[in-house]
Design a protein around this ligand. Structure first.
Ligand SMILES: [Zn+2]
Length: 173
């Protein structure tokens, strides 16, 4: 016959015991420092952004022009073997109106986040970025947009070297 324990010795802790200091506690904040190696393809991409250009990698087998660049073509299962500058204009593939900031706090003015198919790259190749100088009511799928770059001296080789993409004015014929 097994003996069941009905009363455990000691006392269970409640979170109030910790909050109100009834039990010894220790607080510490880990100092987690980490670095990320951007790799060959993204490294080149970021370097070119600093110069105000968008670069793609290419695959000579299937002819795809890929942006952001990657070192390997998943269609052909082989390394990419070329580079090509693409334009800093594109088309809104899809977008979202966000009322929340990155820390989940509510924004007074919503931000527009879009996937932009870059002109000169293969179909469906695009980057995620913010839209600016854009009225949320007027933004549409398929709208043409253009990068707004930071001034040269402020660029650091980051995706934020492009401030945002803004709608292009319709060309008059
Ligand atoms: Zn390929």
């Amino acid at each position: 016959m097994s003996k069941r324990i009905k009363n455990y010795e000691g006392e269970g802790l409640k979170s109030a015991d910790i909050k109100e200091g009834r039990v010894p506690t220790e607080k510490w904040r880990p100092r987690v420092k980490f670095a990320w190696s951007e790799g060959i393809a993204i490294g080149r991409f970021l370097e070119e952004l600093k110069k105000g250009r968008i670069i793609a990698s290419t695959c000579s087998k299937c002819g795809r022009i890929m942006v952001p660049p990657r070192t390997y073509c998943e269609n052909c299962f082989k390394p990419t073997d070329g580079w090509k500058y693409v334009k800093d204009t594109g088309t809104i593939n899809t977008y979202s109106i966000s009322h929340l900031a990155a820390d989940a706090s509510r924004l007074k003015e919503p931000i527009l986040v879009a996937i932009i198919d870059i002109d000169g790259a293969s179909e469906g190749m695009g980057i995620i970025h913010k839209l600016g100088e854009a009225d949320p009511k007027e933004v549409k799928f398929g709208m043409k947009v253009k990068a707004v770059w930071k001034p040269k001296e402020e660029r650091i080789g980051a995706i934020t070297d492009i401030k945002y993409f803004k709608p292009m004015k319709e060309e008059k014929r």
